[in-house]
Ligand binder design. Structure first.
Ligand SMILES: C[S@@+](CC[C@H](N)C(=O)[O-])C[C@H]1O[C@@H](n2cnc3c(N)ncnc32)[C@H](O)[C@@H]1O
Length: 293
């Protein structure tokens, strides 16, 4: 059943799609969910009441936990979003939620965005009375399911052999610039460097990388470049189509497809769901798909 999802972009709701994935099937999840900061997405209202937002995210992390293999990793990218009416920062609420799922907390990476932006939230100018912080960073919080060690063959380790890349990645501050919204055509893309480094550091070649909020497909781009298989989910047809053309263009330029993939496709969740339902009915009646078609 997992084959239906591999190297595909699934256009559908994250929770509904995750529910169709078998448990213990994915090695690495990299995602940047909506931050609830009123970003204008094509098909999502990004300003839910905060408790509702957190309750939704808790359900997503529970599904992520279910689909991960033992030792599989969950990496969540989330920005700073302190507002006066929110007492707990969102990254810390997510850590709490994942720990409650009994996930093992591996640590937090600070993504230094190398921002040169000059704007400033003054609060008070040149005075200790009420100066505000202006975030120049985001977080990537990292968890393992069940145990810290991930099974894989050393021959499928794609880190540079001199160990420099590994050393860099073990340091908890990662510096690279942001991605341009205009260039990508999505309101909140992360740079390819972010999933690329996570994939190198936390998975082996051919393992399965999932992004349930895939947007423009950046996690898929990094997975393709590093010969991992991927599953991308987004509930906007516009972004799924964008991700699809990005991946196919890259593959065509770089002749990246392994023999098992000829083209990346977007599929509608409803199509997969009905296939799965047909298979379940056939199975219950002692038949296989090939018997019916
Ligand atoms: C922060 S963006 C991810 C951007 C992505 N990392 C990239 O590089 O393009 C969050 C994405 O979540 C998607 N989204 C929002 N609600 C969703 C839902 N219920 N199910 C699936 N995707 C959803 C939005 O369409 C948006 O593309």
């Amino acid at each position: 059943m997992l084959n239906k999802f591999l190297n595909k972009i699934i256009c559908g709701d994250a929770l509904q799609t995750l529910a169709l994935l078998p448990e213990n099937s994915v090695h690495l999840i990299i995602t940047s969910p909506p931050y609830n900061l009123n970003v204008q997405y094509a098909n999502h209202h990004d300003e839910l009441p905060y408790e509702e937002y957190l309750a939704w995210m808790a359900k997503v992390w529970a599904e992520c936990h279910r689909v991960l293999v033992e030792g599989g990793r969950l990496c969540i990218n989330i920005g700073e979003n302190k507002r006066q009416n929110i007492s707990v920062p969102t990254f810390s609420a997510f850590i709490q939620q994942c720990v409650e799922l009994k996930m093992l907390y591996r640590g937090t990476i600070i993504w230094n965005k190398n921002s040169a932006a000059k704007h400033c939230a003054w609060g008070s100018w040149n005075s200790p009375s009420n100066p505000h912080l202006v975030p120049r960073h985001e977080y990537i919080i990292v968890f393992s399911k069940g145990r810290y060690k991930l099974d894989g063959k050393e021959s499928d380790n794609t880190l540079d052999s001199d160990g420099k890349e590994f050393m860099e990645s073990t340091r908890s501050v990662w510096s690279f610039g942001t991605e341009s919204r205009q260039r990508i055509g999505h309101p909140a893309p992360f740079p390819v460097a972010l999933p690329r480094r996570l994939i190198q550091f936390y998975s082996y070649k051919r393992q399965i990388v999932l992004d349930p909020f895939a947007g423009s497909g950046t996690t898929g781009v990094a997975a393709l470049l590093l010969e991992r298989r991927f599953i991308l989910i987004d509930n906007s047809k516009t972004y799924c189509d964008l991700a699809c053309s990005r991946l196919n263009e890259l593959a065509a330029q770089q002749r990246l497809f392994a023999d098992s993939i000829s083209r990346v496709e977007t599929i509608e969740l409803s199509d997969i769901a009905s296939d799965i339902a047909i298979n379940a009915t056939l199975h219950a009646n002692g038949l296989h798909n090939s018997d019916a078609f």
